[in-house]
Ligand binder design. Structure first.
Ligand code: GLT
Ligand code: MN
Ligand code: MN
Length: 410
C-alpha cells in the first residue's frame, strides 16, 4: 500500500522510536560535541546534485541543537554572514542575533572557521599571487578571530582546501606555503591583541588537512603535513597552532586514522577533531559517524580515551540528500550523537575489559628471554604470547556487539 505524504512523518517517527530509543538531551549535553551550522543546514547540493532540502537559518539550527541536546555550535563566517556584510556594521547586527539565539536555546559557540574556498576571490587560494587577495584573506582571518571572541569561542579552524592547484607549474609551492603562513600569523597576532583587550585567553588555532578536493593537488594534504608546517619555522606563534584532523580525511589517503591521531597526540597538537565516516581512498562523502566503520571508530576512541582527549568532537558530516529537513532534525543529528556516545562508552568498557587488560599486560611482560638472548631464543620465548594480538582483536569485536554483556553464541 502506498504511504500518503501525511502519514510519512508519523511512520518515520514511529520507526525511529522503535529502533532502540535514544539518550536524553541532558545526557548528550555532558559530552563536548558540537554541531556545525554548515552540516545541519546542508541542502544536499553538489557538483552533480541539485539541493533536496530547504535552507535552514542559524536561529533554527541553534534551536534544534538545543532541543536535541548538542551543547555546542560551530560556524564559518559566511555560513551566517553574507560575504559583503563581513567587516561592516551588518556583521555586528548578525553577531548580536546569533548571541541571543545561543542564549535563548542554551547552546554555546565553541569554534569559528573562515571560508576561504567558496567565494571566487579565493579561486587561486587565500595565498594567491596577487597581494590584494592575500591582504583580503588576512583581514578575513583576523575578522573570524574577532567573531570568535565576540561569541565566546575557544577554537578557530582553518581548512585550506584551495591551497594547491589543478594544474602544476604556475605557482611555486614554497612561496605559497610562506604566504599561507603569513595569513595564519596575521590571525594569531590579531588574536593576541583582541584577547588582551577583552581579558580572554587566546584561541586555539587548528589546521585541518584533506588530501584532495576541491582542487586536485593540495599542498598540505595530511595532518602529518600540517605538523611539519607547524614546525617549519614559518609561523611566528607555533605554540598557538595545532590540528583539527577529520576522521574521513585521513581515510581518503589510505591512512589509519588512529595512527594519524597518535602522531598528533605525541606532538601535543590534537586540539579538535571532526567526526564522521566514509570509505578509504574515495572522495569526501562525510557520512554520519559510525555508519561505515564502527569497529575502526571504537579503536579510535579507545586511543583517545587512553590518552585523555575528551573533545571537542565536531559533527562534520553531511546528512545524505535522501534525508528530508524533518529527517535531519529527527534522525541525522540525534542518531549521530547517540552513536558517538555509545561508541565512547563502549571504548571505556574496552579500556577496562579484564581480558584485554590481562592480554596487554602479558604482551608487555614478554616471554622472559634473557636480555642478551639471540633472535631465535626471543622468538621461541614469545611465540604463544603473540596469539594474543588476534584474541584482543576478537575481544574488541565482541565488545562492539555487546557479547561481553551477555549476548552469547548459540
Ligand atoms: C568543508 C570541509 C570540512 C571542513 C569545514 C571547515 S569546510 O565543509 O569539507 O571538512 O571541516 O572549514
Ligand atoms: Mn572537516
Ligand atoms: Mn570531510
Amino acid at each position: 500500500m502506498p504511504i500518503p505524504q501525511d502519514q510519512q512523518i508519523p511512520l518515520v517517527d514511529r520507526l525511529t522510536e522503535l529502533s532502540g530509543g535514544s539518550y536524553p538531551p541532558e545526557t548528550r549535553r555532558k559530552y563536548f560535541i558540537s554541531g556545525p551550522q554548515w552540516a545541519y543546514a546542508y541542502e544536499g547540493q553538489a557538483l552533480f546534485h541539485a539541493p533536496t532540502r530547504n535552507a535552514v537559518p542559524f536561529e533554527e539550527v541553534i534551536r534544534a541543537l538545543g532541543e536535541i541536546g548538542v551543547p555546542w555550535w560551530t560556524t564559518h563566517d559566511t555560513d551566517v554572514i553574507p560575504t559583503d556584510h563581513l567587516m561592516t556594521d551588518r556583521q555586528a547586527e548578525t553577531v548580536d542575533r546569533i548571541r541571543s539565539a545561543l542564549q535563548q536555546h542554551g547552546v554555546r559557540c565553541s569554534m569559528v572557521t573562515c571560508e576561504t574556498f567558496h567565494h571566487p576571490v579565493f579561486a587561486a587560494s587565500a595565498a594567491a599571487e596577487a597581494p590584494e587577495v592575500r591582504a583580503y584573506a588576512a583581514r578575513r582571518l583576523s575578522n573570524v578571530v574577532e567573531i570568535g571572541h565576540d561569541l565566546g569561542a575557544g577554537f578557530a579552524v582553518y581548512w585550506p582546501g584551495t591551497l594547491g592547484y589543478m594544474i602544476q607549474g604556475a605557482i611555486d609551492e614554497t612561496q605559497t606555503l610562506r604566504w599561507f603562513a603569513d595569513g595564519i600569523n596575521a590571525a594569531c597576532a590579531r588574536d593576541i591583541a583582541v584577547a588582551e583587550e577583552r581579558g580572554r585567553g587566546t584561541l586555539k588555532h587548528c589546521l585541518e588537512a584533506k588530501p584532495f578536493e576541491p582542487v586536485s593537488q593540495i599542498i598540505l594534504p595530511s595532518s602529518d603535513a600540517m605538523l611539519a608546517f607547524i614546525g617549519s619555522g614559518l609561523l611566528t606563534h607555533p605554540e598557538m597552532v595545532g590540528l583539527n584532523p577529520e576522521y574521513l580525511h585521513e581515510l581518503m589517503w589510505g591512512a589509519a586514522c588512529r595512527a594519524a591521531l597518535a602522531r598528533a597526540l605525541v606532538c601535543g597538537k590534537l586540539w579538535h577533531f571532526d567526526i564522521n565516516d566514509g570509505y578509504p581512498l574515495k572522495h569526501d562523502v562525510d557520512l554520519g559517524v559510525g555508519l561505515v566503520n564502527p569497529l575502526d571508530w571504537l579503536n579510535v576512541l579507545i586511543l583517545l580515551r587512553s590518552h585523555g582527549y575528551e573533545g571537542p568532537f565536531n559533527l562534520d558530516f553531511k546528512p545524505p540528500r535522501t534525508t528530508s529537513n524533518h529527517g535531519v532534525f529527527k534522525i541525522s543529528f540525534p542518531t549521530a550523537v547517540d552513536r558517538f556516545i555509545t561508541l565512547w562508552e563502549i571504548a571505556g568498557e574496552a579500556v577496562e575489559d579484564p581480558v584485554i587488560q590481562e592480554a596487554g599486560a602479558a604482551l608487555k611482560a614478554g616471554g622472559g628471554a634473557p636480555a642478551v638472548a639471540g633472535a631465535d631464543e626471543i622468538v621461541t620465548a614469545n611465540r604463544e604470547l603473540l596469539s594474543l594480538h588476534e584474541l584482543i582483536a576478537h575481544r574488541l569485536f565482541q565488545i562492539l556487539i555487546g557479547q561481553h554483556r551477555g549476548r552469547v553464541f548459540g
